[in-house]
Design a binder for this molecule. Sequence first.
Ligand code: ZN
Length: 193
Amino acid sequence: MSAGFNWEQGFLLDFDLLTGLSKGANASKRYLSQMKEMYYDESAVSKCLDGGDPLIYEFYELGAPEDAGALAFGTSIVYPGKIGDEYFMTKGHFHTIIATSEVYYCLAGKGAMLCENPEGDVKLFELEAGKALYVPPRYAHRSINTGQETLVTFFVFRGDAGHDYGTIEEKGYRKLLVEKDQKPTLVDNPKWS
Ligand code: ZN
């Protein structure tokens, strides 16, 4: 929980609705080296890392108190680019309290939200500025930038939902979004286990 935000009394915070940036929220950055196992094309990953370590995405958030009555919110910023033919994307996560939902509002750019539940049902939602997305409970969710611009979304979810990154880190997603004939195409993940 960030100092200076009084959850019980309410507070105001700045968010730039074009860039997603905030002066008051905490920034977290994810570089390729921190998520290299998530891309299926290992030679494309090493080739890319030889030339540097690109920033794939960053997010701004407030650590909400772990209370079912609190809301956690912030922005996610995914940069344009590909590793081989696979788009820049977030790691993706389930919620620790898996039966909790989340709302994303797309502020800028173009992309998709790839959602997958433990039983293997997969849903792909297209994101563009002005679209609000309700991510259903029990679905892992990952933002993917399929465009040329930065993909910016604002999100809000139950304060105590928690993030489970481990399941995706270990198993991966069953499906991946890659560029085929210049179009985003859903394919099986050869590394899924
Ligand atoms: Zn979430």
